[in-house]
Ligand binder design. Structure first.
Ligand SMILES: NC(=O)c1ccc[n+]([C@@H]2O[C@H](COP(=O)([O-])OP(=O)(O)OC[C@H]3O[C@@H](n4cnc5c(N)ncnc54)[C@H](OP(=O)(O)O)[C@@H]3O)[C@@H](O)[C@H]2O)c1
Length: 268
């Protein structure tokens, strides 16, 4: 039985992971702004952008359990729209939740994990970290930042018996689509491109994988002695990430653009 802390456990992938890990006999603490309504998941309300709340939450868990073995930094959100129409407030807020939230949670957790003799940290990135999606520039950037963060972190904490994995799921069907904040205005110079692009993403997400797939994969890695630095979820996304490594960056970006950028749109 491991003591597991997961952020963003109130819905979607986080909730599914928390439920699955509970069913496997682990002690799971779910961190989110709203309460997790599941009797086996111990819910603590905290915002990942608020360091004081995280300190209080992780200290409480450590005091009760005496050790913390696994941290899953999953909390995240999305915004969409062109770069030039994105407000600085929205861009900063997204980076604050998606990237600084991972940093805050990790920084607060590390002393407890060291004290526990080691552990595993899973950071929820995305395939968008490797294949940057037009009209989702800030989301893609936040996930690329998580990958860079995970690489540096893995080397820093290896001597403390702490391992790190950046998880890159493809499209998964969750409330993420509904929770994505769209830009308040769309500059007419982009025509229908933003709307078309976002609707392709939304359709892909709503036809996406079951979130339990992520839960099964993380449970397997919790049991493994050594975990990979990266784990892509979904066969077609593994192929895409593999090809992105082999092909020239400009060609890869052109292919992504042909799916999401609608550069030939003649509506304007
Ligand atoms: N769905 C996909 O296709 C997909 C693909 C790749 C990666 N991901 C990543 O997977 C993660 C989970 O997404 P999801 O699809 O499960 O979306 P979701 O259903 O919208 O869940 C997001 C979770 O994050 C929590 N959260 C948001 N802001 C927070 C904050 N400031 N502090 C604490 N918790 C916060 C939410 O809880 P509260 O609102 O209660 O705080 C909720 O539990 C995200 O990092 C996302 O980027 C998703």
């Amino acid at each position: 039985m491991k003591v597991i802390v997961i952020t963003g456990a109130s819905s979607g992938i986080g909730l599914s992971i928390a439920q699955y890990l509970c069913s496997k006999g682990h002690k799971v603490y779910g961190i989110s702004r709203t309460k997790v309504h599941e009797k086996n998941i111990k819910s603590i309300q905290a915002d990942v952008t608020n360091v004081d709340q995280l300190i209080e939450a992780y200290q409480e868990i450590f005091d009760i359990e005496g050790h913390i073995d696994v941290l899953i930094n999953n909390a995240g959100m999305g915004i969409s729209g062109s770069i030039e129409d994105t407000s600085s407030e929205d861009a900063s807020y997204l980076m604050n939740v998606n990237f600084m939230g991972v940093f805050n949670s990790t920084k607060v957790m590390l002393p407890f994990m060291r004290e526990s003799g080691g552990g595993k940290i899973f950071n929820m990135s995305s395939v968008a970290a490797k294949l940057s999606i037009p009209f989702q520039a800030f989301y893609s950037s936040s996930k690329a930042a998580i990958n860079a963060f995970s690489e540096a972190l893995a080397n820093e904490v290896a001597p403390f018996n702490i391992q790190v994995c950046s998880i890159m799921p493809g499209d998964i069907k969750t409330g993420f689509t509904k929770n994505r904040k769209k830009n308040d205005i769309d500059n007419p110079v982009y025509g229908e491109r933003v709307e078309k692009s976002v609707s392709v993403m939304e359709k892909d997400e709503q036809n996406g994988m079951d979130p339990e797939i992520a839960a099964v994969i993380i449970n397997k890695m919790i049991k493994q002695r050594r975990i990979p630095l990266y784990k892509t979820i979904g066969f077609k996304y593994k192929v895409m990430v593999f090809l992105a490594k082999l092909l020239p960056a400009k060609l890869v970006n052109h292919i992504v653009g042909s799916i999401y950028a609608f550069k030939k749109d003649k509506s304007k």
